[in-house]
Design a protein around this ligand. Structure first.
Ligand SMILES: Cc1cc2nc3c(=O)[nH]c(=O)nc-3n(C[C@H](O)[C@H](O)[C@H](O)COP(=O)(O)O)c2cc1C
Length: 188
C-alpha cells in the first residue's frame, strides 16, 4: 500500500498538516509521502490519496482544484480523502451557532463529491501570521475588519488531525468489498 498526501499551500501551514499525516501513515507501517500538487510525477503509482488545500476566499487553491479535475478518472477509482485548512481562531461555531468546519466547506467540495466520490472531507483549523503575508494579501494587515475575522495564531488541532490520519490508515488496512463481487460472502 503506497499512499500520497497531496497538498497546496500558500504560507506552509497546509504543507505542515500534509507532512504530519504522511508521518502518521508511516508510523502505522504504510509507505507514504507528502507531495506538493506540482511534484506528483506519476499519480497512477499510488494506491490511495489524501488531498488537501488551504482555503482562500471560500475556495481551494487553483493547483489543488486542477489536481483533482486533471486526475478525476484515476481518483474516481482509488480511495481518496480530502481536507481543507482554513478557519482561524478558537471559536468552533459562528454567530448562528453553526459549526465553523461545516460553514467553512470550500465551494468546490460538493462537485468533488460527485466526480471522485471521496471517502471523507475534513476541515481543519489553520494558521494566520500577518507578518508573512505576500503582496496580494498585505491589505489584510491594515483592514480593521480583518483583525476580527482573521485572528493571529496557529490553530491547527494536531490531536484531531492525528485521529483522522489513523482512521484512514485503519480503513486502508480493511479491504473494501467490490460492488457486485461475492468476495467475503458466506457460502451455503
Ligand atoms: C486573504 C485570506 C483569505 C482567507 N480566506 C479564508 C476563507 O475563505 N475561509 C477559511 O476558512 N479560511 C480563510 N483564510 C485562512 C487560511 O485558509 C489559513 O490561514 C490557512 O491556514 C492558510 O494555509 P497556508 O498556510 O497553507 O496557505 C484566509 C486567509 C487569508 C490570509
Amino acid at each position: 500500500m503506497k499512499a500520497v498526501v497531496v497538498y497546496a499551500s500558500k504560507y506552509g501551514s497546509t504543507r505542515g498538516i500534509a507532512e504530519f499525516i504522511a508521518e502518521k501513515f508511516r508510523q502505522t507501517g504504510m509507505q507514504a509521502e507528502a507531495r506538493h500538487t506540482g511534484d506528483v510525477q506519476n499519480p497512477g503509482d499510488y494506491d490511495a490519496f489524501v488531498i488537501g488545500s488551504a482555503v482562500y476566499m471560500e475556495h481551494w487553491l487553483k493547483e489543488a482544484k486542477e489536481f483533482v479535475t486533471g486526475n478525476r478518472d484515476l481518483l474516481a477509482n482509488r480511495p481518496v480523502w480530502l481536507f481543507s485548512s482554513g478557519p482561524l481562531g478558537t471559536r468552533t461555531t459562528d454567530a448562528q451557532g453553526r459549526d465553523l468546519r461545516t460553514v467553512a466547506e470550500p465551494k468546490e467540495i460538493a462537485g468533488f463529491r460527485d466526480i471522485i466520490k471521496p471517502r471523507d472531507h475534513r476541515v481543519f483549523f489553520g494558521v494566520y501570521d500577518s507578518s508573512k503575508l505576500g503582496f496580494g494579501h498585505r491589505m489584510m494587515r491594515i483592514l480593521p475588519a480583518a483583525r476580527n475575522l482573521f485572528p493571529e495564531g496557529d490553530f491547527r488541532d494536531w490531536n484531531d488531525i492525528e485521529a483522522w490520519a489513523i482512521s484512514i490508515a485503519r480503513a486502508l488496512e480493511t479491504p473494501q468489498a467490490t460492488p457486485g463481487s461475492n468476495e467475503g460472502a458466506q457460502e451455503g
